[in-house]
Unconditional design. Sequence first.
Length: 288
Amino acid sequence: MRSLILAAVLVLSAVALPAQQLSPAIYTDPPRDTAHPARMEVLHIPSGDVRINGVAYLAAGAGAHPTLVIAHGWPGNEKNLDLAQAVRRAGWNAVTFNYRGSWGSPGAFRFAQNVEDAAAVLAFLRDTANARRLGIDPARLVLGGHSMGGWVTALTAARDSGLRGAILISAADMGLAGSGPRADVVALAADNLESLAGVTPASMADELIANTAAWRLEGAAAGLANTPLLVLTSEDGLAPHSERLVAAVRARGNPRVTAVHVATDHGWSDRRIALQDAVIRWLQTLAP
């Protein structure tokens, strides 16, 4: 399976790209727009019966901008805020958020709610008053996510035909996370417990085990058949999760799938600039 996928995959070198080959947005600040400067705004987004926390990194310039929404992983120590900043330099807004029960957002953490929270963020940004206030073009929204956030992105985008595209970064298939012996799943959950409220390792493990079939990443393929996708994988052992989804989506006839494999760790620790460049270059290929 891996060899078939990699035949159609763009593999980035482990050597950093020279600056002149990078998107200018990576290393050059745009001219300051004193009339419509870049800014940051704290968001409180209705989801379920609470308001989850978010941050909008708003691009300079008048009018409505395309917007990338970034979903973090489990528990979300890497929030890709440098990516949000780079995307803003490139003229896009970026919005980050914390799921219910994570990193100070009210409520109790549940995997099932993560997909609901992502949909709630998109609904918030499409609201006419919010879109106008934040300078967001609701017709040009892209959802992206890292690790578990890649799974959240795939499942959310599969149900949302209004997205301009979706980005998966080292996606983790949460359907597979619960497929091992319960003791192993509990141990995995214990390693990812920090900053999560209203859960225990056992409760998270039991939720994952109960949804192993329903939450498989490949199950999103049919809903992604018409969605432009950027699928980024790394040397973290999770690449096959994304490769199976890529194969399934291409089998559904989607020709707009860009797969990129990079020799780095799960958090892209030594390839942050390569990550930013790959995302920005792909965003720039989307129809205006």
